[in-house]
Design a protein around this ligand. Structure first.
Ligand SMILES: [Zn+2]
Length: 177
């Protein structure tokens, strides 16, 4: 019986329906508030020792552009990328508190955090000063290297000198001779 069952059920895997996945993903989320937390110790990224939030309305143009132009091979992540502008567009601007990003949206957004700090849309909060940092000092220090090797450290500080971000980088170019 098993043989026949397999034979007649030999349908192909249904194609991944991105639109459906986006809808299902959005249904599971609480509505977005006025602001969105993009950096917080809660997200578990130990390079940051600060909190950063952006107004949903300020994040929206970037999210629309990003969803239209970037595609990832990870289907779940792509659904989150497409869902992000829809979620932000539905933000309740009257609710003056910040929403946390669900995991996949954070994955989509995290490599762009520096852009939001640089272009001034992000509000960075120093955990030491317990206040908003108007002017985040972004530095590249300990630059070393030569030829096919480079090493540096990215550091962000508040005007009081408290560290907000720290990451060491090492880059090796494998040149075939
Ligand atoms: Zn500080």
């Amino acid at each position: 019986m098993g043989f026949f069952k397999n034979l007649f059920n030999n349908k192909q895997e249904p194609e991944f329906d991105l639109e459906k996945a986006v809808g299902a993903y959005l249904l599971k989320l609480p509505r977005c508030n006025k602001d969105v937390v993009i950096v917080d110790p809660k997200y578990g990224d130990t390079h940051y020792t600060c909190k950063i939030k952006v107004a949903a309305a300020d994040l929206l143009p970037w999210a629309e552009d990003h969803a239209a132009n970037v595609c990832s091979s990870d289907k779940e992540e792509q659904a989150a990328r497409k869902a992000l502008p829809l979620w932000l567009r539905g933000a309740q601007s009257s609710i003056d508190s910040a929403s946390f990003l669900p995991h996949l949206m954070y994955e989509v957004l995290k490599v762009h955090i520096l852009d939001f700090v640089r272009n001034g849309t992000a509000k960075t909060f120093c955990l030491e000063c317990q206040s908003i940092v108007a002017d985040v000092q972004i530095e590249k220090i300990n630059k070393k290297g030569g030829g096919d090797w480079a090493w540096w450290t990215d550091v962000w500080k508040c005007p009081q000198g408290h560290q907000l971000y720290y990451q060491e980088h090492e880059l090796r170019l494998h040149v075939h001779r």
